[in-house]
Design a protein around this ligand. Structure first.
Ligand SMILES: O=P(O)(O)OC[C@H]1O[C@H](OP(=O)(O)OP(=O)(O)O)[C@H](O)[C@@H]1O
Ligand SMILES: O=c1cc[nH]c(=O)[nH]1
Length: 234
């Protein structure tokens, strides 16, 4: 087991003992490159493509994917095709949890009417965030198609929602959690002992249940990337 702590800040800011590194910086970069290619392939090019990141970490991921698309598709302008969609006021637990601060929503100038929108988030779990995102989208227009890209899908869906582009399918138990750290939004994490070569500026960690005795539900709600079932057509 690997002990992981924040490189900056006090020892009390330890992320978690026994967390497991699922993706390090190089892995994150590779899966985002793949997702960028998948998005262009599914879209049959970049025509009408709009990427909308869900705060907090979905936005920098969408930004990176847009840059990667631009590097291979000269007609794709990452600035005019990228936005951010805040879902705070559309959450179905809003009455119970009022502590969240809404983030700005920024829809590209061309709007989303008739566009092929790709929602981008870091983790897909219950699906409630994405349900809220679909609700929020309805206030801004009627996309031709809405697809979903996530860095990690940990299963345990509570709603009929599925991702089209998945960085890592990560079967988990309910008591585990998945933590994502990105350079744009988080302080770096560092391995406290050994493995010093590993760059964790960006990383996906699997944090075990407190007891450590919880079995993993292998295969539960596992999804595949590039799957048309996750597509929401309007
Ligand atoms: O599928 P779900 O059960 O909705 O879970 C996934 C969401 O949970 C996390 O966000 P969180 O609500 O922790 O907010 P954050 O992005 O501000 O960390 C994550 O970034 C996803 O948006
Ligand atoms: O494990 C989880 C569940 C929901 N959202 C996360 O970011 N991680």
């Amino acid at each position: 087991m690997t002990e992981i702590s924040r490189r900056h800040g006090s020892p009390h800011h330890r992320v978690s003992e026994n967390a497991r590194v699922i993706l390090d910086s190089a892995d994150v970069n590779r899966v985002l490159t793949r997702i960028a290619h998948e998005i262009v392939e599914a879209n049959k090019g970049t025509q009408d493509l709009v990427l909308l990141g869900i705060p907090r970490r979905g936005y920098p991921l969408a930004q990176r994917i847009a840059q990667k698309i631009a590097s291979t598709e000269p007609h794709f302008d990452p600035e005019s095709c990228l936005g951010q969609l805040d879902i705070t006021m559309y959450r179905d637990d809003l009455r119970r949890n009022t502590s969240r601060t809404p983030q700005p929503t920024r829809i590209p100038a061309g709007g989303i009417d008739g566009k092929n929108v790709v929602l981008v988030d870091d983790v897909l779990y219950s699906g409630r965030t994405i349900r809220a995102a679909l609700d929020a989208l309805g206030d801004f227009g009627r996309p031709e198609v809405v697809r979903l890209a996530v860095l990690a899908d940990r299963g345990h869906r509570q709603l009929p929602i599925r991702a089209d582009h998945v960085g890592k399918n990560l079967p988990t138990s309910q008591n585990e959690s998945v933590q994502v750290f990105l350079r744009e939004t988080d302080e770096p994490v560092a391995l406290a002992a050994g493995d010093a070569d590993r760059d964790l500026g960006d990383c996906v960690l699997l944090v075990p249940a407190a007891s450590g005795a919880d079995a993993v539900d292998v295969g539960k709600q596992e999804t595949t990337g590039n799957d048309a079932e996750g597509t929401v057509e309007s």
